[in-house]
Design a protein around this ligand. Structure first.
Ligand code: ZN
Length: 531
């Protein structure tokens, strides 16, 4: 930050300086031999120089075809970490080495050759049991040999099943205490389990535990959510009895009597919900429709496998939201929320909206040091004020700069029975993305039913702020973990761009950002107005 009239070069490349003296540049990564940015600033006869050292990864080794044998030892896998697998499960062993070398693993008294699969990559799959007592990777060419010890896997004997509880059964009735399941150890979440769901443990990788949901599917959960059950614990026998539809004023319950919570997955498209229950059988020969219901038109179930059932529901309109509950006396319950009753004249009257000023912890930082957390707070307070003027009841997740846990934010919205959760953010790019062609306004959402709200909020922001339209994006956002209401993230502007950071500090821009979002929310709820 300095003087807007100064001229700046970084490593000899001219970089424009904004009127407030800040700048944003996009430059190549310096070479490993000179890992630094040299900033030269001139203003008339004045000048200043600054050296900013950076960490540059070492260049990949040259895998020459002649001379002493060199391999890329950083590419050898698996070396670190820990893993527990079934005896016959394959472990991928790989290394980057010159194409004219030979590579093999010596394990359990045998040799397992690696195959040159692409360019300089050699790989093979070896059953975990063969590597249980330790193994060595050899790469050789002529008289040169390189040898490296590989990771020693743990072996899980699955001939006798070891059952675990996901989370604490005592938290079973806390609908906000869900356990997240992923298809890969580091992947994004796909499943949400009720605490006390019993599954079989089949493997480990670092802090992640692999569990079996039924005969065809395994998923990964955090080690912290896994509670071991005593050896010899019997398999959970889950059989869904006669299902019932129980309508209430604000929702319809699909009640599935079952003795313990099944692992499940809910899939949703516009007028359909499909519920898959894993490790579960069904004998629902009677489906009780307690009274004619206007939301659920039909309900069918099919046994997808001997231990999996799929229940599909045809709805008369898109589901507004839903909640999964387990009540020991009633069973597994899918609660489908009805859309709110809305008046065309004052669409927001009486609705509950949760406004979430994004961060802290974390968040972007602008060139003058404005944090995203500080930048979004006045916008959120203005949004609250506007929504209240239009008749809504507003819950705000923070009013100070104290950190609020990311997952608590959607819990706050759910507990308040909110009709929408609106999270206010300012955007930034990670390293390696050229910001200049990519800055503007965007909206992120996760649930299919949020899409119309996302479009209208994006349109509202475009009208008021006039930045580039980056559109709406489906993303696996954390606030989307509550399905009870539409929820989205507004990325109004880019905090890392000097001009946009500057605008965020002005009451005029804050007001426009807030009004754009409020107009979008209002337009969305008008869609539900009874004519
Ligand atoms: Zn953010």
């Amino acid at each position: 930050m300095g003087n807007g009239h100064a001229t700046l070069t970084i490593n000899g490349v001219p970089v424009p300086v904004a009127p407030n003296g800040t700048f944003l540049g996009y430059l190549p990564v310096p070479s490993p031999t000179a890992p630094r940015y040299e900033l030269d600033v001139r203003n008339g006869t004045d000048s200043a120089h600054l050296t900013v050292p950076v960490r540059v990864p070492p260049a990949r080794p040259d895998l020459a075809l002649t001379g002493r044998l060199v391999i890329d030892s950083s590419s050898v896998s698996p070396r670190g970490g820990s893993m527990t697998l079934r005896e016959n499960e394959p472990i991928r062993v790989s290394v980057r080495a010159p194409v004219n070398a030979a590579a093999w693993v010596s394990a359990n008294g045998g040799a397992f050759p690696l195959v040159n699969t692409a360019a300089n990559t050699f790989a093979t799959d070896i059953p975990a049991g063969q590597m249980r007592s330790g193994s060595t990777l050899y790469v050789a060419r002529g008289a040169d040999t390189v040898r490296l010890a590989l990771m020693k896997p743990g072996i899980r004997d699955t001939t006798i099943a070891q059952y675990v509880s996901l989370g604490d059964a005592a938290a079973q009735t806390d609908t906000d205490a869900t356990i997240i399941g992923r298809s890969t150890p580091a992947g994004t979440y796909k499943w949400m389990f009720v605490p006390g769901t019993i599954v079989q443990e089949t493997g480990r990788s670092g802090d992640n535990v692999r569990v079996r949901l039924d005969s065809q599917l395994e998923v990964w959960v955090d080690e912290t959510s896994v509670k071991p059950l005593p050896a010899g614990y019997p398999s959970p026998r889950r059989t869904v009895g006669a299902m019932a539809l129980v309508p209430a004023a604000e929702w319809v319950d699909v009640v599935m009597p079952v003795s313990s919570p099944p692992p499940y997955l809910i899939e949703q498209d516009l007028h359909h919900i499909t519920l898959t229950l894993y490790g579960t059988q069904a004998t629902p020969d009677i489906i009780k429709f307690l009274q004619n219901d206007s939301l659920v038109r039909s309900l069918n179930w099919v046994p997808d496998a001997s231990d999996r059932i799929r229940i599909s529901m045809e709805l008369s309109q898109p589901p507004y939201g839903y909640l999964v509950l387990f009540e020991p006396a009633r069973g597994f319950i899918l609660r489908l929320r009805r859309p709110p009753r809305v008046s065309a004249a004052r669409p927001l009257e009486g609705l509950i909206i949760t406004v979430d000023p994004g961060h802290p912890p974390g968040g972007a930082i602008g060139p003058t040091g404005l944090t995203e957390a500080a930048g979004v707070l006045p916008v959120s307070m203005k949004l609250k004020e506007i929504l209240e003027q239009r008749g809504a009841k507003v819950v705000i997740t923070r009013t100070t700069m104290d950190a609020v846990d990311l997952h608590l934010r959607s819990v706050i919205a759910r507990r308040a029975n909110s009709h929408a959760l609106i999270s206010i953010h300012l955007n930034a790019f990670g390293d390696g993305v050229n910001p200049f062609p990519n800055v503007g306004t965007s909206t992120l959402y996760f649930h299919p039913q949020t899409e119309p709200l996302a479009r209208l909020v994006q349109a509202g922001m475009m009208r008021e702020m006039g930045l580039r339209d980056l559109g709406i994006h489906y993303q696996n956002i954390a606030i989307g973990r509550t399905m009870w209401m539409p929820s989205l993230i507004c990325e109004g502007a880019f905090l890392m761009v000097p001009e946009q950071e500057n605008a965020v500090k002005t009451p005029e821009f804050q007001e426009r950002f807030a009004r754009g979002v409020a107009d979008g929310i209002e337009a969305y709820f008008r869609l539900f107005a009874t004519r």
